[in-house]
Design a protein around this ligand. Structure first.
Ligand code: NDP
Length: 240
């Protein structure tokens, strides 16, 4: 039986690595493509013609998500899992003593928080039709209130905390049908969040994705718990 997974923000960074990880574990993958001029994902789709499908997706746009969902339902009416991965960083310098970039923060919230909610809202019925019924949200340790040490990163941290609350709300509903939400901190990953590839980070995107695939595999046949899981890439629980 074909098992379909959907990944957002799949052009590069962790999303691209997750697409490769899913393909290596026999999933059929539908990947949300955001960038127009990135060949890597297009080349991968050519290589995996029968198993990788690309849909245009800007998670910050209602219309784009609706259009992508319509395209997806022409490919499959059942998803094993959705990975909400797309995200942006925004300003990480300004503290409460600086002028804060409110317009940019609204954009960060629209992408990082409302983006996954739009996608999950459009695709939840398809996921609940699958065996795994798994909603994976790439969150961050930066969303933890209990462990907050930063004095800046307002837009990003608040957007991820809101994603954690979103996960709790979604989990409360989908667990009635055997579904569950997994909130994951992927580690400090070499990616393009700050514009160029961050080679200082401790994990390559492929390494992080391999860990995440293990976390997903652990839950493929697991019953949902009372609350969503908030874990790092190694499976350690994170404080909310
Ligand atoms: P990248 O910037 O490398 O990848 C994010 C991808 O999402 C890019 O392809 C990006 O495109 C795309 N994207 C941006 N805006 C949108 C949009 N509106 N709609 C759809 N796609 C969009 O970063 P990462 O791979 O690091 O980020 C993946 C996830 O991991 C994010 O949710 C991030 O918050 C999370 N994370 C990352 C950590 C790290 O250390 N890297 C640590 C903790 C969490 P473009 O490049 O054109 O903007």
């Amino acid at each position: 039986m074909k098992r379909y997974a959907f990944v957002t923000g799949a052009d590069r960074g962790l999303g691209f690595a997750l697409v490769k990880g899913l393909l290596s574990r026999d999933y059929h993958v539908i990947a949300g493509r955001y960038m127009e001029d990135n060949r890597e994902l297009a080349d991968l789709a050519e290589e995996w013609q029968d198993r990788l499908f690309l849909v245009e997706l800007d998670v910050s746009s209602d219309q784009s998500v609706a259009h992508a969902a319509a395209q997806l339902t022409r490919i499959t009416d059942t998803l094993e899992l959705v990975i909400n991965n797309a995200g942006i960083l925004g300003d990480i310098q300004a503290t409460i003593l600086d002028p804060l970039p409110f317009a940019e923060m609204q954009h960060v919230y629209n992408v990082n928080t409302l983006g996954p909610l739009r996608v999950t809202n459009a695709l939840a019925p398809l996921v609940l039709r699958g065996q795994s019924k798994l909603f994976v949200q790439i969150s961050s340790e930066a969303g933890s209130i209990a462990d907050c040490k930063r004095t800046s990163w307002f837009g990003y941290c608040m957007s991820k905390t809101a994603v954690n609350m979103q996960a709790a709300l979604i989990h409360n509903e989908v667990k009635k049908f055997g579904g569950q939400v997994l909130l994951l901190h992927p580690g400090w990953v070499q990616s393009y969040m700050s514009g160029t590839l961050n080679t200082e980070a401790t994990l390559t995107a492929d390494e992080s994705a391999a860990h995440i695939m293990d976390r997903i595999q652990e839950l493929e046949n697991a019953a949902p718990g009372e609350k969503p899981l908030y874990r790092d890439y190694s499976g350690n629980e994170l404080p909310w």
